[in-house]
Design a protein around this ligand. Structure first.
Ligand SMILES: *Cc1c(COP(=O)(O)O)cnc(C)c1O
Length: 357
Protein backbone atom coordinates (compact mmCIF):
# COMPACT_ATOMS: atom_id res chain seq x y z
CA UNK A 1 0.00 0.00 0.00
CA UNK A 2 1.34 3.42 -0.99
CA UNK A 3 1.86 5.87 1.88
CA UNK A 4 0.68 9.33 0.91
CA UNK A 5 2.72 12.24 2.27
CA UNK A 6 1.22 15.65 2.90
CA UNK A 7 3.80 18.06 4.28
CA UNK A 8 3.01 21.02 6.49
CA UNK A 9 3.43 24.33 4.63
CA UNK A 10 6.95 25.68 5.31
CA UNK A 11 5.51 28.82 6.90
CA UNK A 12 3.46 26.72 9.33
CA UNK A 13 6.22 24.57 10.80
CA UNK A 14 6.25 24.59 14.59
CA UNK A 15 9.16 26.14 16.48
CA UNK A 16 11.50 23.42 17.76
CA UNK A 17 12.46 23.41 21.43
CA UNK A 18 15.60 25.46 21.95
CA UNK A 19 16.48 24.04 25.35
CA UNK A 20 17.06 20.30 25.06
CA UNK A 21 17.88 20.11 28.76
CA UNK A 22 14.23 20.70 29.72
CA UNK A 23 12.24 18.69 27.22
CA UNK A 24 10.16 16.91 29.83
CA UNK A 25 8.14 13.90 28.73
CA UNK A 26 5.23 13.68 26.33
CA UNK A 27 4.37 17.35 25.93
CA UNK A 28 6.09 18.32 22.66
CA UNK A 29 5.10 16.76 19.35
CA UNK A 30 6.63 17.18 15.90
CA UNK A 31 5.16 18.66 12.71
CA UNK A 32 3.67 15.46 11.30
CA UNK A 33 1.90 12.24 12.23
CA UNK A 34 1.22 8.91 10.54
CA UNK A 35 -2.46 7.96 10.22
CA UNK A 36 -4.57 5.23 8.62
CA UNK A 37 -8.21 4.14 8.84
CA UNK A 38 -9.93 0.79 9.17
CA UNK A 39 -13.32 -0.41 8.17
CA UNK A 40 -14.72 -3.88 8.69
CA UNK A 41 -14.76 -5.71 5.35
CA UNK A 42 -12.27 -3.29 3.81
CA UNK A 43 -9.31 -3.49 6.16
CA UNK A 44 -6.80 -0.68 6.67
CA UNK A 45 -6.80 2.05 4.06
CA UNK A 46 -5.35 5.46 3.22
CA UNK A 47 -2.06 5.26 5.13
CA UNK A 48 -0.64 8.78 5.20
CA UNK A 49 1.84 11.11 6.81
CA UNK A 50 0.05 14.40 7.41
CA UNK A 51 0.53 17.56 9.50
CA UNK A 52 0.06 16.89 13.24
CA UNK A 53 -3.57 17.76 13.89
CA UNK A 54 -6.59 17.17 16.10
CA UNK A 55 -8.68 14.08 15.54
CA UNK A 56 -12.30 14.45 14.65
CA UNK A 57 -14.41 11.97 16.59
CA UNK A 58 -18.15 11.53 16.83
CA UNK A 59 -19.20 12.03 20.48
CA UNK A 60 -20.60 8.50 20.29
CA UNK A 61 -17.24 7.05 19.13
CA UNK A 62 -16.95 3.72 20.91
CA UNK A 63 -13.52 4.40 22.38
CA UNK A 64 -15.00 7.24 24.44
CA UNK A 65 -17.56 4.96 26.06
CA UNK A 66 -16.11 1.48 26.24
CA UNK A 67 -12.38 2.10 26.11
CA UNK A 68 -11.46 0.07 23.06
CA UNK A 69 -7.92 1.38 22.67
CA UNK A 70 -4.39 0.01 22.53
CA UNK A 71 -1.09 1.84 22.36
CA UNK A 72 2.65 1.38 22.29
CA UNK A 73 5.69 3.26 23.54
CA UNK A 74 9.11 3.13 21.91
CA UNK A 75 11.93 5.47 21.03
CA UNK A 76 14.35 6.58 18.32
CA UNK A 77 17.87 7.55 19.34
CA UNK A 78 20.37 10.00 17.86
CA UNK A 79 23.88 8.61 17.47
CA UNK A 80 27.04 10.64 17.94
CA UNK A 81 27.51 11.08 14.19
CA UNK A 82 23.95 12.41 13.74
CA UNK A 83 22.51 9.07 12.63
CA UNK A 84 19.14 7.84 13.98
CA UNK A 85 18.36 4.37 15.35
CA UNK A 86 15.24 2.40 16.26
CA UNK A 87 15.41 -0.27 18.96
CA UNK A 88 13.26 -3.43 18.54
CA UNK A 89 10.46 -1.43 16.93
CA UNK A 90 8.88 -4.45 15.23
CA UNK A 91 8.55 -6.10 18.62
CA UNK A 92 6.43 -3.16 19.74
CA UNK A 93 4.06 -3.59 16.80
CA UNK A 94 3.88 -7.35 17.39
CA UNK A 95 2.92 -6.63 20.99
CA UNK A 96 0.37 -4.08 19.81
CA UNK A 97 -1.25 -6.80 17.72
CA UNK A 98 -1.41 -9.07 20.77
CA UNK A 99 -2.98 -6.25 22.79
CA UNK A 100 -5.43 -5.72 19.90
CA UNK A 101 -6.46 -9.40 20.04
CA UNK A 102 -7.43 -8.99 23.70
CA UNK A 103 -9.51 -5.89 22.93
CA UNK A 104 -11.20 -7.40 19.80
CA UNK A 105 -9.40 -4.92 17.54
CA UNK A 106 -7.78 -5.53 14.14
CA UNK A 107 -4.09 -6.27 13.58
CA UNK A 108 -1.86 -3.80 11.83
CA UNK A 109 0.47 -4.91 9.04
CA UNK A 110 3.90 -4.71 10.67
CA UNK A 111 5.77 -3.90 7.43
CA UNK A 112 3.32 -1.10 6.63
CA UNK A 113 3.44 0.58 10.05
CA UNK A 114 7.24 0.22 10.16
CA UNK A 115 7.41 1.98 6.80
CA UNK A 116 5.01 4.67 8.01
CA UNK A 117 7.06 5.18 11.16
CA UNK A 118 10.30 5.51 9.21
CA UNK A 119 8.75 7.95 6.70
CA UNK A 120 7.48 10.03 9.62
CA UNK A 121 10.81 10.10 11.46
CA UNK A 122 12.73 10.87 8.27
CA UNK A 123 10.39 13.76 7.50
CA UNK A 124 10.70 15.16 11.06
CA UNK A 125 14.30 14.07 11.64
CA UNK A 126 15.46 17.52 12.77
CA UNK A 127 13.26 17.01 15.85
CA UNK A 128 15.32 14.07 17.12
CA UNK A 129 17.29 15.70 19.95
CA UNK A 130 21.06 15.49 20.25
CA UNK A 131 21.75 16.08 23.93
CA UNK A 132 22.94 13.02 25.87
CA UNK A 133 20.08 11.03 27.39
CA UNK A 134 17.41 12.58 25.18
CA UNK A 135 15.48 10.68 22.53
CA UNK A 136 12.45 10.78 20.28
CA UNK A 137 9.45 9.15 21.94
CA UNK A 138 7.09 7.29 19.61
CA UNK A 139 3.45 6.66 20.51
CA UNK A 140 1.51 4.33 18.14
CA UNK A 141 -2.18 4.33 19.06
CA UNK A 142 -5.28 2.52 17.80
CA UNK A 143 -8.83 3.38 18.81
CA UNK A 144 -12.43 2.55 18.04
CA UNK A 145 -14.20 5.27 16.06
CA UNK A 146 -17.61 3.86 15.21
CA UNK A 147 -20.45 6.02 16.55
CA UNK A 148 -22.47 3.38 18.37
CA UNK A 149 -23.58 2.94 21.97
CA UNK A 150 -24.27 -0.78 21.95
CA UNK A 151 -21.57 -2.77 23.72
CA UNK A 152 -19.73 -4.75 21.05
CA UNK A 153 -16.49 -4.33 19.08
CA UNK A 154 -16.38 -1.29 16.81
CA UNK A 155 -16.46 -1.76 13.05
CA UNK A 156 -14.15 1.18 12.37
CA UNK A 157 -10.80 2.21 13.83
CA UNK A 158 -8.09 4.78 13.41
CA UNK A 159 -4.40 4.01 13.86
CA UNK A 160 -1.88 6.80 14.26
CA UNK A 161 1.70 7.43 15.33
CA UNK A 162 2.75 10.65 17.00
CA UNK A 163 6.36 11.42 17.93
CA UNK A 164 8.13 14.01 20.04
CA UNK A 165 11.47 14.78 21.68
CA UNK A 166 11.82 13.78 25.34
CA UNK A 167 14.28 14.13 28.19
CA UNK A 168 14.93 11.26 30.62
CA UNK A 169 11.56 10.08 32.01
CA UNK A 170 12.20 10.28 35.72
CA UNK A 171 12.91 13.60 37.36
CA UNK A 172 15.36 11.78 39.58
CA UNK A 173 17.23 10.58 36.47
CA UNK A 174 19.30 7.62 37.47
CA UNK A 175 18.87 8.37 41.15
CA UNK A 176 17.05 5.55 42.89
CA UNK A 177 13.29 5.89 43.33
CA UNK A 178 11.11 5.14 46.35
CA UNK A 179 8.41 2.55 45.78
CA UNK A 180 5.20 1.96 47.73
CA UNK A 181 4.04 -1.67 47.93
CA UNK A 182 0.32 -1.46 47.22
CA UNK A 183 -1.85 -3.63 49.47
CA UNK A 184 -5.30 -2.07 48.95
CA UNK A 185 -5.74 -1.63 45.19
CA UNK A 186 -4.94 -4.13 42.44
CA UNK A 187 -3.86 -3.57 38.86
CA UNK A 188 -4.72 -6.77 36.99
CA UNK A 189 -6.40 -10.04 37.80
CA UNK A 190 -5.83 -13.38 36.05
CA UNK A 191 -7.93 -13.47 32.89
CA UNK A 192 -8.13 -9.66 32.79
CA UNK A 193 -6.34 -7.23 30.52
CA UNK A 194 -3.08 -6.83 32.46
CA UNK A 195 -0.84 -8.01 29.64
CA UNK A 196 -2.39 -5.64 27.09
CA UNK A 197 -1.16 -2.08 26.70
CA UNK A 198 -4.64 -0.62 26.80
CA UNK A 199 -5.82 2.69 28.23
CA UNK A 200 -8.18 1.27 30.85
CA UNK A 201 -5.34 -0.37 32.78
CA UNK A 202 -3.75 3.03 33.31
CA UNK A 203 -6.97 4.81 34.25
CA UNK A 204 -7.52 2.09 36.85
CA UNK A 205 -4.03 2.57 38.29
CA UNK A 206 -4.21 6.32 38.81
CA UNK A 207 -5.80 6.41 42.26
CA UNK A 208 -3.19 4.17 43.85
CA UNK A 209 -0.42 6.12 42.13
CA UNK A 210 -1.82 9.47 43.31
CA UNK A 211 -2.09 8.26 46.89
CA UNK A 212 1.47 6.96 46.77
CA UNK A 213 2.68 10.28 45.33
CA UNK A 214 1.00 12.19 48.19
CA UNK A 215 3.06 10.07 50.56
CA UNK A 216 6.26 10.92 48.70
CA UNK A 217 6.66 7.81 46.55
CA UNK A 218 7.46 7.73 42.83
CA UNK A 219 5.55 4.57 41.91
CA UNK A 220 3.57 1.71 43.37
CA UNK A 221 4.67 -1.90 43.31
CA UNK A 222 1.67 -4.06 42.48
CA UNK A 223 1.05 -7.38 44.15
CA UNK A 224 -1.00 -10.13 42.51
CA UNK A 225 -4.74 -9.58 42.72
CA UNK A 226 -5.68 -12.97 44.16
CA UNK A 227 -3.37 -13.55 47.12
CA UNK A 228 -1.75 -10.08 47.42
CA UNK A 229 1.42 -11.98 47.91
CA UNK A 230 3.46 -12.08 44.71
CA UNK A 231 5.30 -9.06 43.32
CA UNK A 232 4.18 -8.18 39.81
CA UNK A 233 5.35 -4.84 38.35
CA UNK A 234 5.43 -1.12 39.01
CA UNK A 235 3.60 1.74 37.21
CA UNK A 236 4.91 1.36 33.68
CA UNK A 237 7.89 -0.85 34.40
CA UNK A 238 8.66 -4.50 34.98
CA UNK A 239 10.55 -5.28 38.19
CA UNK A 240 13.77 -7.14 38.86
CA UNK A 241 15.17 -8.12 42.25
CA UNK A 242 18.71 -9.32 42.89
CA UNK A 243 18.73 -11.70 45.86
CA UNK A 244 22.18 -13.11 46.59
CA UNK A 245 23.40 -13.86 43.06
CA UNK A 246 19.98 -14.62 41.57
CA UNK A 247 18.27 -12.02 39.37
CA UNK A 248 14.52 -12.55 39.61
CA UNK A 249 11.61 -11.15 37.63
CA UNK A 250 7.94 -12.13 37.61
CA UNK A 251 6.91 -14.66 34.93
CA UNK A 252 4.59 -13.66 32.08
CA UNK A 253 1.41 -15.28 33.29
CA UNK A 254 -1.03 -12.76 31.83
CA UNK A 255 -1.24 -10.14 34.57
CA UNK A 256 1.90 -8.16 33.76
CA UNK A 257 2.93 -6.30 30.65
CA UNK A 258 5.51 -8.25 28.61
CA UNK A 259 8.09 -5.48 28.52
CA UNK A 260 10.59 -5.32 25.69
CA UNK A 261 13.18 -3.82 28.04
CA UNK A 262 12.48 -6.74 30.41
CA UNK A 263 13.15 -9.14 27.54
CA UNK A 264 16.34 -7.28 26.55
CA UNK A 265 17.58 -7.42 30.16
CA UNK A 266 16.90 -11.17 30.33
CA UNK A 267 18.84 -11.79 27.08
CA UNK A 268 21.79 -9.67 28.16
CA UNK A 269 21.98 -11.21 31.65
CA UNK A 270 21.92 -14.71 30.18
CA UNK A 271 24.74 -13.72 27.82
CA UNK A 272 26.72 -12.46 30.78
CA UNK A 273 26.28 -15.82 32.45
CA UNK A 274 24.20 -14.38 35.28
CA UNK A 275 21.78 -16.57 37.20
CA UNK A 276 18.38 -15.32 36.00
CA UNK A 277 14.96 -16.60 37.01
CA UNK A 278 11.53 -15.80 35.67
CA UNK A 279 9.63 -17.02 38.68
CA UNK A 280 7.00 -16.06 41.18
CA UNK A 281 8.51 -14.10 44.04
CA UNK A 282 6.59 -13.24 47.19
CA UNK A 283 6.80 -9.86 48.83
CA UNK A 284 7.73 -11.73 52.03
CA UNK A 285 10.77 -13.20 50.29
CA UNK A 286 11.78 -9.71 49.13
CA UNK A 287 11.30 -8.22 52.60
CA UNK A 288 13.17 -10.95 54.44
CA UNK A 289 16.02 -10.69 51.91
CA UNK A 290 16.08 -6.93 52.54
CA UNK A 291 16.14 -7.50 56.29
CA UNK A 292 19.06 -9.89 56.28
CA UNK A 293 21.14 -8.08 53.67
CA UNK A 294 20.55 -10.52 50.81
CA UNK A 295 18.55 -8.11 48.65
CA UNK A 296 21.42 -6.62 46.70
CA UNK A 297 19.51 -4.53 44.14
CA UNK A 298 16.07 -3.83 42.78
CA UNK A 299 15.28 -2.05 39.54
CA UNK A 300 12.45 -1.37 37.14
CA UNK A 301 12.72 -1.74 33.36
CA UNK A 302 10.82 0.14 30.68
CA UNK A 303 11.35 2.07 27.47
CA UNK A 304 10.95 5.45 29.14
CA UNK A 305 13.58 5.01 31.87
CA UNK A 306 15.49 1.95 30.55
CA UNK A 307 16.65 0.93 34.04
CA UNK A 308 15.26 2.68 37.08
CA UNK A 309 17.03 1.68 40.28
CA UNK A 310 14.87 1.32 43.40
CA UNK A 311 16.51 2.73 46.51
CA UNK A 312 13.69 2.09 48.95
CA UNK A 313 10.53 0.03 49.21
CA UNK A 314 7.88 0.60 51.81
CA UNK A 315 5.62 -2.27 52.84
CA UNK A 316 3.00 -2.18 55.59
CA UNK A 317 4.41 1.06 56.96
CA UNK A 318 8.04 -0.06 57.13
CA UNK A 319 10.83 1.33 54.95
CA UNK A 320 13.48 -0.93 53.50
CA UNK A 321 16.56 0.70 51.98
CA UNK A 322 18.06 -1.17 49.03
CA UNK A 323 21.74 -1.01 47.97
CA UNK A 324 22.28 1.78 50.48
CA UNK A 325 19.82 3.93 48.51
CA UNK A 326 22.36 4.03 45.67
CA UNK A 327 22.28 2.64 42.16
CA UNK A 328 23.48 -0.95 42.26
CA UNK A 329 26.41 -2.25 40.24
CA UNK A 330 24.34 -4.56 38.05
CA UNK A 331 21.67 -1.90 37.44
CA UNK A 332 24.35 0.48 36.24
CA UNK A 333 26.06 -2.10 34.05
CA UNK A 334 22.75 -3.04 32.42
CA UNK A 335 21.82 0.59 31.90
CA UNK A 336 25.14 1.33 30.21
CA UNK A 337 24.91 -1.76 28.01
CA UNK A 338 21.37 -1.09 26.76
CA UNK A 339 21.95 2.62 26.24
CA UNK A 340 25.15 1.89 24.27
CA UNK A 341 23.17 -0.44 21.98
CA UNK A 342 20.29 2.02 21.57
CA UNK A 343 22.55 4.93 20.62
CA UNK A 344 24.57 2.82 18.19
CA UNK A 345 27.72 3.08 20.29
CA UNK A 346 28.20 -0.65 20.57
CA UNK A 347 28.15 -3.54 18.13
CA UNK A 348 24.65 -5.11 18.29
CA UNK A 349 24.86 -8.91 18.47
CA UNK A 350 21.08 -9.32 18.82
CA UNK A 351 19.69 -7.67 15.68
CA UNK A 352 17.71 -5.21 17.83
CA UNK A 353 19.03 -1.96 16.41
CA UNK A 354 18.05 -0.53 13.04
CA UNK A 355 19.66 2.56 11.58
CA UNK A 356 17.10 4.64 9.70
CA UNK A 357 19.01 7.86 8.96
C1 LIG B 1 4.95 -0.32 28.74
C2 LIG B 1 4.94 -0.99 30.05
C3 LIG B 1 6.05 -1.68 30.58
C4 LIG B 1 7.40 -1.66 29.94
O1 LIG B 1 7.45 -2.18 28.65
P1 LIG B 1 8.67 -1.81 27.69
O2 LIG B 1 8.34 -2.52 26.43
O3 LIG B 1 9.90 -2.31 28.34
O4 LIG B 1 8.68 -0.34 27.55
C5 LIG B 1 5.89 -2.36 31.78
N1 LIG B 1 4.72 -2.34 32.45
C6 LIG B 1 3.65 -1.67 32.00
C7 LIG B 1 2.39 -1.70 32.77
C8 LIG B 1 3.73 -0.97 30.79
O5 LIG B 1 2.68 -0.28 30.36
Amino acid sequence: MEIRIQRREPGQLKPKPVDEAHLGFGTIFTDHMFVMDYQEGRGWFDPRVVPYQNLSLDPAAMVLHYGQEVFEGLKAYRGKGGEIYLFRAEDNFRRMNRSADRLCMPHVDIDLVMEGLKELIILDQDWVPRTKGTSLYIRPTMLATEPHLGVRPSKTYIFYIIIGPVAAYYKEGLNPVKIWVETEFVRAAPGGTGEAKTSGNYAASLLAAEKAKEKGFTQVLWLDAVERKYVEEVGTMNMFFVIDDEVITAPLTGTILPGITRDSVLHILKDWGAKVSERSLTIDEVISAAENGRLKEAFGTGTAAVISPVGQITYKGKDYVIAGGQMGELSEKLYNEIVALQYGEKEDPYGWVERIV
